[in-house]
Design a protein around this ligand. Structure first.
Ligand code: KG4
Ligand code: ZN
Length: 340
């Protein structure tokens, strides 16, 4: 059995093939970075057109890398949302067309469930229930993952996501696009104690996040440094910002671990997914929290942390095996919560 996965919900055009054992046979990701770079952010209209131009070729490459043809496919899975609607429509229509022509099941996958389950691909020991931190450009949530399609929200951001904050700080400091990796690189040469930054939400009894105050505090310091801001200033500010994000996340995560242990005493894993999980400082903090709390940390491999279709193919396979295929009248969803 072979499942084709398609991802086009943001600025990566991707396709992948997985076999029935959950082994990834191919994963092709074409990033639209160059198209959006000069705008300093993803432009939805440009993204949709680029997906339309590239997707057929990427799907063909995923099939040929897996050494199979269209006729070998057993099902097609696609990120049906949440995301930029133009791109999601391109992916969904392509997947529906393939499914209709081949007369095989069509599975619309929640992009966030894709991120959530990506860790299974490389980690056969992972089992439900697990504590899940989703931290990407568009989302910042902590959930209890109870089963395929079953998630309970413990906390989420009340304003920006962590990835968004990284991207905005990179823009303020003119470090590059997309911001997260550039801030991380700059922070490696910075003094994380030089500036004092706030720790929004720290100590609150719930598990919610807030990053917009932190971002504004960085802006204020940058403005005070004025036009003569040096590379060292930017590196120090990046280090302080990254430290503040990690510190707030640690606090929120510890609160969530308490709740998870009460709700799911048999849960053994802390899974972290989404682009921000590529950040080494944040990863290390999470590993420490997990170790201290008697949970096993699990991350997708770096290539499956940021947007990709392997995670969509995997989630499609699991949904197919659970009898959860979608109807061809599925409507692309710009918003789609993972929890009820
Ligand atoms: O999961 P993802 O690829 O796309 C979404 O679904 O949003 O996440 C992208 C986000 C961006 O905001 C990017 O700046 C952030 O993840 N990111 C990072 C790092 N790599 C990617 N943030 C901090 N440190 C990184 N190394
Ligand atoms: Zn994503």
């Amino acid at each position: 059995m072979f499942v084709l996965g398609i991802e086009s919900s943001c600025d990566e055009t991707a396709a992948a093939v997985i076999d029935e054992g959950g082994k990834l046979l191919s994963s092709v990701v074409w990033t639209q970075l160059e198209e959006h770079k000069r705008f300093g952010g993803v432009v939805p209209e440009i993204a949709a057109r680029a997906h339309l131009e590239k997707l057929d070729e990427i799907v063909k490459k995923a099939l040929s890398d897996a050494n199979i043809g269209f006729e070998d496919l057993s099902a097609v899975a696609v990120a049906g949302g949440p995301g930029l609607i133009g791109g999601v429509i391109v992916g969904v229509m392509t997947a529906k067309a393939i499914a209709a022509v081949l007369n095989i099941p069509f599975i619309a996958v929640n992009h966030l469930e894709g991120h959530a389950l990506a860790s299974f691909i490389d980690n056969p020991d992972l089992t439900f229930p697990f504590l899940l931190m989703l931290t990407s450009g568009g989302h910042c949530q902590i959930l209890e993952a109870l089963g395929i399609g079953k998630y309970k929200l413990l906390g989420k951001t009340i304003d920006d996501s962590a990835g968004e904050a990284f991207d905005k700080v990179a823009k303020m400091l003119d470090l590059g696009y997309p911001g997260g990796p550039y801030v991380e690189k700059a922070a490696a040469f910075g003094d994380k104690k030089r500036f004092s930054l706030p720790r929004p939400m720290k100590g609150k009894p719930n598990c919610d996040f807030s990053f917009s105050g932190l971002k504004t505090a960085v802006l204020r310091i940058r403005d005070n440094l004025g036009e003569n801001i040096t590379l060292q200033d930017k590196q120090d500010l990046s280090a302080c910002f990254q430290e503040a994000v990690a510190d707030v996340m640690e606090n929120r995560l510890l609160r969530a671990v308490d709740i998870f242990k009460e709700d799911c005493p048999n849960g053994r894993y802390l899974v972290v997914a989404g682009g921000v999980a590529a950040n080494q400082t944040i990863r290390q903090m999470i590993v420490n929290v997990a170790n201290e709390q008697g949970l096993k940390p699990a991350f997708p491999p770096l290539s499956l942390c940021t947007d990709n279709a392997g995670m969509i193919a995997y989630t499609g396979l699991k949904r197919l095996q659970a009898g959860m295929q979608s109807s061809l009248d599925f409507r692309p969803r710009p918003r789609w919560a993972l929890y009820d």
